[in-house]
Design a protein around this ligand. Structure first.
Ligand SMILES: CC(C)(COP(=O)(O)OP(=O)(O)OC[C@H]1O[C@@H](n2cnc3c(N)ncnc32)[C@H](O)[C@@H]1OP(=O)(O)O)[C@@H](O)C(=O)NCCC(=O)NCCS
Length: 172
């Protein structure tokens, strides 16, 4: 698969309609958004995920403002087995084979439901693939994931240069 994989999905959010598109192509606008939101004060290039972005099984989910066409949100779906699944007493029988990476929403578009819309589309795709999802979530993003049905499976821990995180799972 290359380029946009299917017709974009239009999703009304609190303030604007966004279009969600799956792609396997990395773009400069996507890197810019990752750097601006996820690598504040860090050098350019730190927003790349070597071994993930260039893995042919990785898929990117992008959110565009339907009016301006501007990229306003992004997430990466990496094929990576959940390390907690085998030890989690609450895990069901569905495998958990996909990890959410590098989710970000542009500053002036945050808190309008775009991040949640990205998560819901990731959940729809994971379900279609017969899998749950997992991620390591920044503490500030934990409430959003919980509203989408994720549960925490670790206490908070520090990722160097980035801050406190908790691992979360859904649908496994
Ligand atoms: C986290 C993020 C993707 C959420 O996108 P969003 O479109 O604002 O999310 P929604 O509007 O659907 O939901 C809002 C929730 O996002 C979270 N959130 C809001 N601003 C945030 C920020 N600056 N950083 C992290 N999380 C934030 C909160 O959990 C908020 O929930 P609350 O209403 O209980 O406070 C977005 O805020 C962002 O890009 N933050 C900076 C980068 C980041 O932290 N990415 C997540 C890595 S796990």
């Amino acid at each position: 698969m290359s380029g946009d994989s299917r017709t974009p999905t239009s999703v009304p959010t609190a303030m604007a309609t966004i279009e969600l598109r799956w792609t396997q192509e990395m773009t400069q606008a996507h890197l810019d958004l990752r750097h601006e939101q996820l690598r504040v004060g860090m050098p350019r290039g730190s927003e790349r995920y070597p071994g993930v972005d260039d893995d042919p099984s990785t898929r990117f989910l992008l959110a565009f403002d339907a009016t301006t066409g501007k990229l306003v949100g992004c997430a990466t779906m990496q094929a990576a087995a959940c390390p907690h699944h085998a030890h989690d007493p609450h895990a069901q029988h569905t495998p958990c084979r996909f990890r959410i990476r590098a989710m970000a929403v542009a500053a002036h578009h945050q808190n309008r439901g775009i991040g949640s819309a990205l998560v819901r589309e990731l959940q729809r795709q994971a379900t279609a693939d017969g899998s749950g999802l997992w991620c390591n979530a920044r503490l500030r993003a934990v409430p959003m994931y919980e509203r989408c049905g994720f549960r925490c499976v670790t206490a908070a821990y520090e990722l160097p240069n980035i801050g406190p995180h908790r691992d979360m799972v859904w649908g496994d």
